[in-house]
Design a protein around this ligand. Structure first.
Ligand code: COA
Length: 321
């Protein structure tokens, strides 16, 4: 029994903000951002909530899978930027969808979040506990950015993606790799709200995302190729047999470096980061939907999904489509 992705969906906020737009509100340029990252624009939420975007993505995924919200046994939402601390994004989504029979909880593994949620769903399905699981990854990261910090805020975007997974005897997830290294967590950091109880005096200061870009870059280019190779080997494939590598969309230079280390042509690494930027947990499912809707996935294709980011965390899965 395998866990198969039977439907995908995605939703991006209406407002598109180009690098040139950003250069009007901070000291940056299209040349700097695009040459270092490959990002040219991103969608930023103005009217939309993360629940709105996740609902839209989920409905598309359910439609393609041919199931109703009432058929769902479980909703897993990967996010670090839910609309509310309580209730979780997955519970808000359950309510919106009317998925009354589903158990719902969130997973925070930052940019690896969708992979970790998908891998969690895979275990539930292979154990026979649940059959119909909605896995969502989404972020409104723009609310966590320091818009005075040009080295970080230009990299990220908002959006949500979704996948419906079900048991299948034929195709599906063959192997998964996961890893975490909390000792290097300072490299990509955002404090939660400070303790504000009556006995604490330094209560209310807000924190935004801060990043040691070069540390994160080094981590990514060393860790991701190994995770992919391990997942591919565990699945019983050779790396040159893989049709598509769907990587977390953080930076074109990271993706180019991974392709080079794996000795695989860059054409097998589809990208949408030029238009989306880094959407953390939303990045992999939005890219998956992007390639699915464009007919780039064929039955039986060998596909690798890989995520990496804050924690530090990383994950890769190899599957047949
Ligand atoms: N526009 C213009 N200049 C900028 C800028 C911006 N948006 N952001 C930073 N700069 C400046 C810096 O101030 C610095 O100036 P200085 O040399 O005068 O001090 C200069 O550009 C170089 O900065 P540096 O940090 O050395 O650039 P870099 O080549 O390391 O690239 C990143 C920075 C962030 C693009 C790169 O480190 C990276 O992509 N890291 C991975 C980040 C990532 O993907 N994180 C998410 C993973 S989930």
């Amino acid at each position: 029994m395998k866990t198969r992705i039977c439907g995908t969906g995605s939703a991006l906020p209406a407002r598109v903000v180009t690098n040139d737009d950003l250069s009007k509100i901070m000291d940056t340029s299209d040349a700097w951002i695009s040459s270092r990252t490959g990002i040219r624009s991103r969608h930023l939420a103005v009217e939309e909530t993360l629940t709105d975007l996740s609902e839209k993505a989920a409905l598309q995924a359910l439609e393609e899978a041919g199931i109703e919200p009432g058929d769902l046994d479980m909703i897993l939402a990967a996010t670090l930027s839910a609309d509310k601390l309580l209730p979780s994004l997955s519970c808000e989504l359950q309510s919106r969808l009317g998925a009354v029979g589903a158990v719902a909880f969130d997973i925070n593994a930052a940019c690896s979040g969708f992979l970790f949620a998908l891998q969690t769903a895979d275990v539930y399905i292979r154990c026979g506990t649940y059959r119909n699981i909605l896995v969502v990854g989404g972020e409104i990261l723009s609310k966590l950015m320091d818009w005075q910090d040009r080295s970080t805020c230009v990299l990220f975007g908002d959006g949500a993606g979704a996948a419906v997974v079900r048991p299948d005897e034929g195709c599906g997830i063959l192997s998964s790799i996961q890893g975490s290294d909390g000792s290097r967590g300072e490299a990509l950091l955002c404090e939660n709200r400070k303790n504000n109880n009556p006995y604490v005096t330094n209560g209310t200061e807000l924190s935004y995302v801060s990043m040691d870009g070069q540390e994160v870059y080094k981590f990514a280019v060393r860790t991701v190729p190994k995770a992919i190779l391990d997942a591919v080997e565990k699945a019983g494939f050779a790396v040159d047999e893989i049709d598509l590598f769907l990587l977390h969309q953080a930076n074109i230079r990271i993706i180019e470096s991974v392709a080079k280390r794996l000795k695989v042509p860059l054409e097998r690494f589809p990208m949408n980061l030029a238009e989306c930027g880094n959407i953390s947990a939303g990045s992999v499912p939005i890219l998956l939907d992007y390639v699915n809707r464009r007919g780039m996935l064929h039955p039986g294709d060998k596909v690798v999904l890989a995520g990496f980011g804050a924690g530090l965390t990383w994950g890769a899965s190899a599957l047949t489509w």
